[in-house]
Design a protein around this ligand. Structure first.
Ligand SMILES: Cc1cc2nc3c(=O)[nH]c(=O)nc-3n(C[C@H](O)[C@H](O)[C@H](O)COP(=O)(O)OP(=O)(O)OC[C@H]3O[C@@H](n4cnc5c(N)ncnc54)[C@H](O)[C@@H]3O)c2cc1C
Ligand code: SF4
Ligand code: SF4
Length: 1022
């Protein structure tokens, strides 16, 4: 074990699949074209995967399209890339370079060999603050780069919204940009030089060169490809420069077609940079292996104003005047998004801030030198643009025209600014959460229009939507004229496909009329390539194709995109031919999800579950973070499940191989149910499929044991201390691993002879008479608390009593969580039924129900509603609380004097509480009790109930645990505390025993005064 800077030993865990006991290798047995695999494996150092699972995993991106690739290679360096391309060139096999696969138009899927750069070629090779340049591999994630640059106050300026999982190669491929393009432009402005592999497998360095040198080196008849590429570029300059100048939209935001306007523009000044020509080429011209990018300084500070309007048309009419104030971002929020957001628990407080009558808003952000500068800029904007706004100060700029905004909100501090940005982003998750066949897909979502034409464009766009019996919301980057509009379309219906084509066709006509572009940032791909001919005309369409041929004579690099022959209604993920059959009837309640099918089809591929703990935080998805494998992300699992249930995968989702490779490693943390913008709930789907698997195949002995842990714990307690000795016999752990599959490294729970219930009975029940109490609570003594950790239960009783609560203990101890997690849904339903029958009548008598163990509390609050229906279960769920939640919600702790020791804490919340948005309660309670508390933005601890006890999962469990240990090491607290018994076991097992036993802040037999930290006891010293 390695030791960190505070002397806390952390482990350098074995990579999850490298453990001999791991039964998974992330691939299926069914390998396509083994001869090809052998050939490629001979040539490359990286991984070569042509099995069915891997191919299907890479069949989708964040678009509406799906195409099964030939296979996937994970290159380790430029030599690997060159070897693959060279091999494919001689056999005419297409090749598709890929980053995070977050493209929205289908340009990251193809019938090709996919090169995934994000596994091994994601290095940041060099950062030079002096020259303000960074040299990176193509798979480096933008947000990782920015974290590396932060200490130098520098950043890679283009900021696509999915930048925490998008790679530099993908940003170049799409010429990405983001909300601040008004200041920074697109990626092409920052690409200085690229090392590339050309279509014949040769390598080259592309960068700035004089036009004279370009002409000199151009040779259309050369044997080598590079001189022919130069000749193709020269032909563009000689034959098409005038048409480029005449026909390309005069807009900052245009990524349709090839980047010829920049080429011609720079050539007019005597140079060209072919690395920049690659920007927006979607992997069709050359494959980038490394890039040198230039950097920008991070602004000192920012200020944000929300201008509010009575209509979208008013808002977009105002954009051109707002632009006179030189903002860094101008973002539109429309009425559909405001309405959707105001109906959700998460965003209603934000929408409540909006003045009455707001039907649209512009979020305007300024970069400022200091706070005063920021205030001056916002005051000037408000004075100029808001009706009656001159009270806010004198405008520096008179934007002119009528005033359209009727009110404004201004934010200068980080928290307020984040709130307004949250509002801007609020509606999207809700739009993408639709479980119906109709979805808000991207196909005409990315038009860029000169701002002065936006009002007419929006009005006519809405008419086109109405003509096609659909609707959409309008949001995004209004400043540079980019409007994201996602009409509701059911691509499984021929009628809607016709509507899709009609909308795209007519909107493209409008775009041409207004001198705009069909793609302001998301690219052409399969959705928009077909409209490029109309947008640019025949001559430039021909020029694009000639350029493509010059770079890629046999059209093998991502063929079809930009200037190929693709149709927007082909290769759709959901088409009229799509069929779905889960193969069994669902056991759980899926009413809110439009049935199990609605949930299985919900993931839209955005890649939000492929993000890092450092960059993104949150819970989703710990297994991806630990293993860095697509199949261990929520997206990977969701794609596999959908494909298995729709016949794209040969495997039955309840079969052995699917269980092992796809579902088995999901730890059931429920992180995706909250952190995924569409709330894809993989834990619930896994429980459903596992239940059906048990019906068909039977369950393992170990699963049955774990599902019955309550009975075993009762037995262990009754026979303690003898029962505890069993696991301490020499060789006992090895035998346990060999016979039942429990990891020999794990410490088994120790059972207490005197249970919590024994203790409670012995002390004669509660010390607070009902007559003196404002509240009365039934504490449910869950399995672990009652039999293994009664000290926590005792602390819970004392804390409740100190808060003036009259306490009783429930008779039952099993919440049903263990059986539920293991997919024994009949058993967990039966347990739920018994607990409802026992406790709901008490709730009716005015008792609250309180649990100590977070996952058991969430079982009552949330999972029971999936198992049972009716008033009784709803009443119990609504009146059940985790202990800290209970104290916090009713502010019970405020009355007590906790006499908390002087300690600072790092708090790791339980993933199930995070998923149900209840983890903040403990932090409030601890802080009020006097502890300096640093809440760690952590994922699951990796133990996940019994997952970490299972031998084949031990390495994965520790790899996830490592992430937490690193975070705790970086956090402020001296003592790490966690409410979950399994989290504490994980920390104890991964750190040394002494550290775990150092929880002497919690004296064993302390009667008073209690402190809330005891609820999280068995803490680990940091
Ligand atoms: C929720 C969401 C929000 C988004 N917001 C924005 C936004 O604000 N602005 C924006 O511009 N985009 C946005 N996008 C689109 C997308 O995320 C970006 O364009 C992103 O930069 C693509 O990066 P990637 O690594 O995922 O690329 P991929 O999707 O993997 O690839 C993109 C293209 O680049 C090519 N490519 C990849 N690697 C290489 C390489 N090494 N050499 C040559 N070509 C290569 C691919 O073939 C493909 O054609 C968004 C997407 C989502 C899902
Ligand atoms: S699971 Fe959610 S976060 Fe992951 S890709 Fe799908 S929609 Fe995006
Ligand atoms: S439940 Fe957790 S481990 Fe499973 S897919 Fe969701 S986030 Fe990942």
């Amino acid at each position: 074990m390695a030791s960190n800077e505070h002397g806390v030993p952390g482990s350098d865990a074995t990579p999850p699949a490298a453990d001999d006991r791991s039964e998974y290798d992330y691939v299926s047995d069914d390998v396509e074209r083994p001869g090809l695999v052998d050939d490629l494996e001979e040539r490359v150092a990286g991984d070569v995967r042509f099995d069915t699972y891997t191919r299907q995993l890479y069949a989708t991106d964040a678009s509406a399209y799906e195409m099964t690739p030939v296979g996937v290679v994970f290159p380790t360096g430029t030599e690997d890339v060159a070897a693959v391309v060279d091999y494919c060139a001689t056999r005419e096999i297409p090749v598709l370079p890929r980053g995070g696969g977050t493209s929205l138009a289908g340009q990251a899927v193809n019938e090709a060999i996919v090169l995934d750069f994000t596994r091994y070629m994601d290095g940041i090779i060099d950062v030079d603050p002096g020259s303000r340049e960074a040299h990176v591999q193509a798979g480096a994630v933008l947000e990782d780069l920015n974290q590396r640059l932060a200490p130098h106050d520098l950043k890679f300026a283009p900021d696509p919204a999915a930048g925490n999982r998008s790679a530099v190669g993908g940003a170049i491929g799409n010429n990405s940009t983001g909300a601040h393009s008004l200041k920074y432009g697109k990626t092409d402005a920052y690409v200085e030089e690229c090392e590339v592999v050309l279509a014949d497998g040769s390598t080259a360095t592309l960068g700035e060169m004089d036009v004279a040198e370009l002409r000199e080196r151009a040779d259309a008849d050369a044997d080598d490809l590079l001189p022919r590429v130069y000749a193709g570029v020269v032909a563009i300059l000689d034959d098409h420069a005038d048409e480029v100048e005449a026909r390309f939209p005069d807009m900052k935001r245009n990524v349709s077609g090839y980047n010829l306007d920049r080429l011609v523009d720079e050539a007019n000044d005597g140079t060209v940079n072919l690395a920049r020509l690659l920007a927006g080429s979607e992997g069709t011209l050359a494959i980038v292996t490394e890039a040198t990018v230039s950097l920008e300084t991070v602004p000192e500070t920012k200020s944000v104003t929300l201008l509010t309007y009575e209509s979208v048309v008013d808002a977009v009419t105002d954009v051109q005047h707002v632009l006179d104030h030189d903002p860094a971002a101008v973002e539109l929020i429309d009425d559909t998004l405001i309405d959707l957001a105001s109906n959700t628990a998460e965003f209603e407080d934000v929408t409540a801030l909006l003045p009455e009558g707001t039907r649209a808003a512009l979020l305007v952000e300024f970069y400022a030198e200091d706070d005063e500068d920021g205030r001056k800029k916002t005051a000037g904007l408000v004075a100029d643009r808001v009706e009656g706004g001159h009270d806010g100060g004198e405008p520096d700029v008179a934007g002119g025209g009528d005033r359209y905004a009727f009110d404004s909100l201004v934010a200068h501090d980080d928290e307020e600014r984040a709130t307004y940005w949250k509002l801007r982003k609020a509606g999207m998750p809700i739009l993408l959460g639709r479980t119906s066949d109709g979805k808000h897909i991207s196909f005409i979502e990315d038009c860029a229009i000169p701002p002065e034409h936006l009002p007419e464009f929006v009005t006519r766009f809405q008419e086109i939507l109405e003509d096609n019996d659909t609707f959409a919301s309008f949001y995004a980057h209004a400043g540079p004229g980019v409007l994201h509009v996602r009409p509701l379309i059911n691509t499984k219906s021929e009628t809607d496909l016709a509507a899709m084509e009609d909308i795209a066709d007519r909107v493209t006509d409008m775009v041409v009329e207004f001198g705009g572009s069909v793609s302001g940032e998301h690219g052409d791909g399969r959705a928009r390539t077909q409209w490029n001919r109309k947008l640019y005309g025949d001559q430039l369409w021909g020029a694009f194709r000639d350029l493509k041929t010059a770079f890629d004579p046999d059209w093998l690099l991502n063929p079809g995109q930009v200037c190929g022959d693709v149709s927007m209604t082909e290769n759709l993920r959901f088409s009229p031919e799509y069929e779905f059959d889960a193969g069994f009837d669902a056991e759980l309640n899926w009413d809110n999800e439009n049935g199990l099918r609605g949930m299985v089809e919900l993931c839209h591929g955005c890649g939000g579950c492929r993000t890092g703990q450092d960059t993104t935080g949150g819970v989703m998805c710990p297994t991806y973070r630990a293993a860095d494998e697509e199949i261990t992300s929520t997206r990977g699992r969701a794609n596999m499940l959908r494909q298995a249930m729709s016949g794209d995968l040969p495997d039955d989702p309840t079969g052995d191989e699917f269980a092992e490779e796809v579902l088995d490693l999901c730890v059931g943390c429920k992180g995706c149910a909250k952190d995924c913008p569409s709330e894809v709930d993989m834990a619930k789907m896994k429980a459903e499929v596992t239940h059906e698997r048990h019906q068909r195949e039977g369950a393992s002995v170990r699963d049955k044991l774990f599902a019955n842990v309550d009975t075993l714990a009762a037995l262990g307690s009754a026979t303690a201390p003898v029962s505890n000795l069993v696991s301490k016999f020499p060789g006992a752990r090895t035998v346990m691993e060999k016979t039942v599959g429990i990891a020999s490294e794990r410490t088994l729970p120790t059972f207490e002879r005197k249970t919590l219930k024994d203790w409670f009975d012995a002390r004669g029940g509660t010390t607070v008479p009902a007559s003196d109490a404002d509240r009365k609570a039934v504490l449910f003594p869950d399995t672990y608390t009652n039999y293994a950790h009664p000290e926590i239960g005792k602390a819970a009783v004392r804390v409740l009593e100190a808060a003036g609560v009259h306490v009783d203990l429930a008779d039952r101890t099993d919440s049903g969580r263990p059986a539920h997690s293991k997919g024994f849904l009949d058993k967990s339903r039966e347990t739920a039924r018994k607990n409802v029958a026992a406790l709901e009548p008490r709730v009716a008598e005015g008792w609250d129900v309180v649990l100590v163990e977070p996952s058991d509390a969430v079982m009552f609050q949330s999972d029971y509603l999936d198992l049972l229906s009716g008033d009784a279960v709803e009443t119990l769920a609504a009146n059940t609380y985790g202990i800290c939640e209970y104290l916090d919600v009713f502010r019970l702790d405020e009355e007590a004097d906790w006499s908390a020791p002087d300690a600072s804490l790092s708090y790791h919340g339980h993933c199930h509480q995070k998923a149900t948005k209840k983890d903040h309660h403990a932090v409030g309670v601890l802080r009020r009790a006097g502890y300096a508390t640093d809440p760690v933005d952590s994922t699951c601890c990796g133990m996940a109930g019994t997952f970490g006890y299972e031998a084949e999962h031990h390495a994965m469990s520790e790899a996830i645990g490592d992430i937490l240990i690193d975070q705790l090491d970086d956090s402020d607290g001296e003592l790490a505390v966690a409410p979950g018994a399994s989290c504490r076991t994980q920390l104890g097992d991964m750190l040394d025993e002494d550290a775990r036993d150092a929880a002497d802040l919690v004296p064993e037999d302390r009667e008073s005064p209690p402190t809330p930290v005891e609820l999280l006891a068995a803490a680990v010293q940091n």
